[in-house]
Design a binder for this molecule. Structure first.
Ligand code: GTP
Ligand code: MG
Length: 327
């Protein structure tokens, strides 16, 4: 039984629509990975939560070191499942640093997660795109590993496979590349990647947070909506009733606040003093506190400087979370 080197699926030549399909059973890469890697095509493979829970339980049984990868741009402090099932030693890796402003204070980011039960032995901020802190990362992993195997886990699309590819590229003598993509649920099953004689990283599939923007928009739109480089935060000082409207994605009605938007700079943001159509949008009434963020899953976040009651309309189905401000 062979597995695809790109996504970990078991290779099979019988069912073209199922995971791991290849025309020639001796191929190393399944057709889906071949298409994603060569043409950027995407064929979704949805993981459900029960499979993710089983994966976490299996990892928990090993007692091996876990590298928990979190996406700084789409940071969800609710790590309920991982918190519940993982009791292994954990290195917390906060990635996609390149998307946030260069000037910000990293100490606050590092200590942001403090009320979880996880046994965190070390924390590190990285960027796979900028090769930032990779020497420190590999050293930290080697210092804390319990055996040769180290599991890389996290929600889908946070950048687990991209990080492992960068480690492979930097420190291993191999041409293998794990498939990565803009869209969630790229890695299908565990993939063991030998870095050297003492270290094998095991890439794992993540599970999608329900309500992400990835469910609401197609790939063409997502390419524009998901930032690729450092975000320039956009600040607004609001001192009379008005609405901030971002395309058909969301609208906030507020009266007196200072807010900062952290999202793709390719989005079209407008201010209105009149009522704008909100047909078919989900409506939230929120008492927001000063120094809290509203996180719009996958799209970015908005920091509020003052306490205020706001009305928020979002594209149907998009998840809205509130957290202490990250920045
Ligand atoms: N800006 C930026 N983007 C990144 C970084 N790391 C990964 N990405 C992007 O994030 C997206 C998802 O990356 P993957 O490595 O496929 O994510 P994953 O966690 O393996 O996802 P699954 O396999 O679906 O669980 C891709 O579009 C990557 O290019 C980073 O350091 N900076
Ligand atoms: Mg992956």
């Amino acid at each position: 039984m062979n597995r695809c080197v790109g996504c970990g699926a078991i290779l099979q030549d019988e069912e073209p629509l199922k995971e791991g399909y290849v025309k020639n059973i001796n191929s190393r890469l399944c057709e889906r990975c071949f298409k994603i890697q060569n043409y950027g095509d995407y064929i979704p493979a949805i993981k459900d939560e029960s499979e993710f829970i089983q994966l976490l339980k299996d990892i928990n049984n090993t007692r091996d070191l876990v590298v928990l990868v979190c996406d700084l741009f789409n940071f969800n402090p609710n790590m309920e499942l991982i918190n519940k099932y993982i009791t292994n030693d954990v290195i917390l890796v906060l990635t996609k640093r390149d998307l946030l402003p260069k000037s910000l204070y990293e100490e606050k980011l590092l200590n942001y997660i403090d009320d979880v039960n996880l046994h965190i032995v070390d924390r590190i901020i990285i960027s796979s795109n900028n090769n930032y802190h990779f020497d420190e990362l590999i050293e930290t992993i080697k210092n804390h590993k319990k055996s040769n195997d180290v599991y890389v886990i996290g929600y889908t699309n946070v950048g687990k496979s991209t990080m492992i590819n960068k480690i492979l590229y930097n420190y291993a003598d191999s041409n293998d590349v794990i498939t990565t993509s803009l869209l969630p649920n790229t890695t299908i099953d565990n993939i063991s990647i030998k870095i050297d004689d003492d270290l094998t990283l095991i890439d794992t599939p993540g599970v999608l947070d329900s309500g992400s923007i990835y469910y609401q928009k197609d790939i063409k739109e997502l390419k524009r909506i998901i930032p690729k480089k450092e975000i320039k935060p956009i600040s607004y000082q609001i001192n009379k009733k008005q609405s901030i409207v971002v395309e058909d994605l969301f609208r906030i009605d507020l009266e007196k606040n200072d807010i900062v938007l952290y999202m793709s700079n390719r989005l079209d943001i407008k201010r209105f003093y009149k009522n704008i159509n909100t047909n078919n949008m989900d409506k939230y009434e929120i008492d927001i506190s000063a120094n809290y963020d509203i996180v719009l899953s996958g799209l970015g976040f908005i920091k509020f400087m003052k306490d205020e009651h706001i009305t928020l309309y979002v594209i149907k189905g998009l998840d809205v979370k509130i957290r202490k401000s990250l920045i």
